[in-house]
Design a protein around this ligand. Structure first.
Ligand code: NAD
Length: 470
């Protein structure tokens, strides 16, 4: 559904009036397209708050990982200036992104470096630009380091709320044993227009599994345009909405996509599958034998990417909710996800090393919502499943398990919400606008990528930093 307010506030009279009345002024977000695949701005500015241990190798690795963004990487702008590359970049006098390496910060006093580095430079970040702070996991054995590193979370989440102009801010945390090279695919995503509606997130990067390559090494051999070339993906609930967009995005990245949806959606499903050169699989995911039937439909090379997207709402306050509404939602959104994942892992249908499970949670599963006890329970259950299964799936099957948690996304589902509730849902986030299905799809594609094996057990909100559950 078109966001007419966003359009109006970007006309001349709309801009003037909304400014005078102090109304939210959403900016059209820069999303990825083949014509505009890189962020606006001259360069990525890479600053170091406190040199970490073995600073030389660390900084070299980080610079190499940042170069994946397709923009020049600078380590110095002379103090407080803007971008330096010039050329034909849009907003050439501004930085596309500022990345601060704070992995070496261990004390409260050292935190002050964030103020020193970012305070003079915030106005030189391009519209729809990026702020990324690289941190380390808070250390259970060192409460001074833990305090300083946890402080980064409050800092980044606040910065994301303040920055405006379509900009985002994220904290990327390195787990013990992980280095900047393991963050390559995540930095590539966060420093691109593909992450337009992801903001205020804390994402942990783990070390690669024993004997597995780092994210940078895995990315080195990849066709950048088609990182999923030769892979097979299955997307449940892909006849429409977010699922159709996920299927199209994985196909754009080179995957052969099996599109699954209920038999009643057969015509729409066949159209979606045909448009992206995939295969339609009409099947109710709640069927007892769904796992076996999916396994039987797979090509001989097995399955690389399993996206659990199918979901339903049956909203009523608990006092008015019949048991069957509870059962339907828990069955589609959670029980079937557990069953099919277990089945496909047990059969070895998910390929070791490239196997990825991406489940769909919701901010309702984090914050709760009136009329959605069943839905929020099912989506919170997804988060529990991801956190528990991820380490075991990686160790035993070489498969990662992550979730996306969408906020207000413009789909048929949200178009049906009453006007005032819809407007509140749309505006109550740092971008003052709803997300698009493609925002969830791009996030899924990053988690599904062959170079993302170091991202595991994460729940990434795609919500423009919604105030719900913040
Ligand atoms: P949608 O209703 O447009 O699409 C869901 C699809 O799932 C439909 O095609 C439907 O036929 C399919 N489906 C339902 N039950 C199924 C079953 N038993 N077997 C197979 N397929 C089944 O919904 P959407 O807005 O695109 O949402 C997609 C996912 O994102 C859902 O899990 C939803 O809970 C989640 N989500 C959406 C939003 C949003 O704002 N739209 C926000 C948070 C989370």
């Amino acid at each position: 559904m078109a966001d007419r307010y966003l359009h109006w506030t970007n006309t001349r009279p709309g801009r003037l009036l909304s400014r005078r009345l102090g109304l939210p002024r959403p900016l059209p977000l820069h999303r990825w397209s083949a014509e505009r695949p890189v962020l606006d701005g001259a360069d990525i500015l890479h600053l170091t708050a406190v040199p970490p241990r073995d600073a030389g190798a660390h900084t070299k690795e980080l610079t190499a990982a940042l170069e994946g963004s397709g923009l020049p990487v600078r380590t110095d702008d002379g103090g407080a200036g803007g971008g330096t590359a010039g050329g034909d970049a849009r907003q050439p006098d501004r930085h596309a992104a500022v990345v601060v390496d704070a992995t070496g910060v261990r004390t409260t006093a050292e935190l002050r470096r964030l103020h020193e580095l970012l305070h003079p430079r915030l106005r030189s970040v391009a519209e729809c630009g990026r702020l990324v702070v690289l941190g380390a996991r808070p250390d259970d054995a060192d409460h001074h380091q833990a305090a300083a590193q946890q402080a980064l979370e409050g800092f980044v989440r606040s910065l994301a709320k303040e920055t405006g102009g379509g900009r985002t801010a994220q904290l990327l945390r390195l787990a013990p044993g992980a280095g900047p090279a393991d963050a390559e695919s995540t930095l590539r995503f966060l420093l691109s227009p593909k992450s337009a509606y992801v903001s205020g997130q804390v994402i942990e990067i783990g070390p690669p599994a024993a004997g597995a390559p780092s994210s940078s090494e895995a990315a080195a051999g990849l066709d950048r345009e088609h990182p999923l070339q030769g892979r097979t993906a299955l997307v449940t609930g892909s006849a429409r909405g977010i699922g159709a967009s996920v299927a199209a995005t994985l196909a754009r990245d080179g995957a052969h996509v099996l599109c699954l949806d209920v038999p009643q959606a057969g015509d729409e499903l066949a159209r979606v599958a045909e448009d992206l050169g995939g295969t339609a699989l009409p099947l109710d995911i709640t069927a007892d034998d769904a796992g076996e039937r999916i396994a039987a439909a797979l090509p001989p090379g097995g399955l690389d990417v399993l996206v659990h997207n199918a979901g339903i709402t049956r909203d009523r306050k608990l006092a008015n909710m019949k048991a069957e509404l509870w059962d339907q939602v828990l069955e589609v959104n959670l029980a079937s996800v557990l069953r099919t994942t277990d089945r496909l892992l047990a059969e070895g249908a998910l390929n070791r090393g490239t196997g990825r499970v991406v489940a769909t949670a919701s901010i309702a599963g984090i914050a709760g919502n009136v009329g959605q006890t069943n839905y929020a329970a099912s989506k919170a259950g997804i988060i529990g499943l991801v956190r528990s299964l991820a380490p075991r799936a990686a160790a035993e099957h070489g498969v990662t398990v992550n979730a996306v948690a969408p906020g207000f996304i413009e789909t048929k589902m949200t178009a049906a919400v009453p006007f005032f509730i819809r407007e509140a849902g749309r505006r109550m986030n740092s971008h003052s606008q709803g997300g698009l299905p493609v925002d969830v799809a791009e996030t899924t594609a990053w988690l599904a990528g062959p170079a993302s094996s170091t991202v595991n057990g994460q729940v990434v909100r795609v919500c423009g930093q919604s105030l719900l559950g913040a």
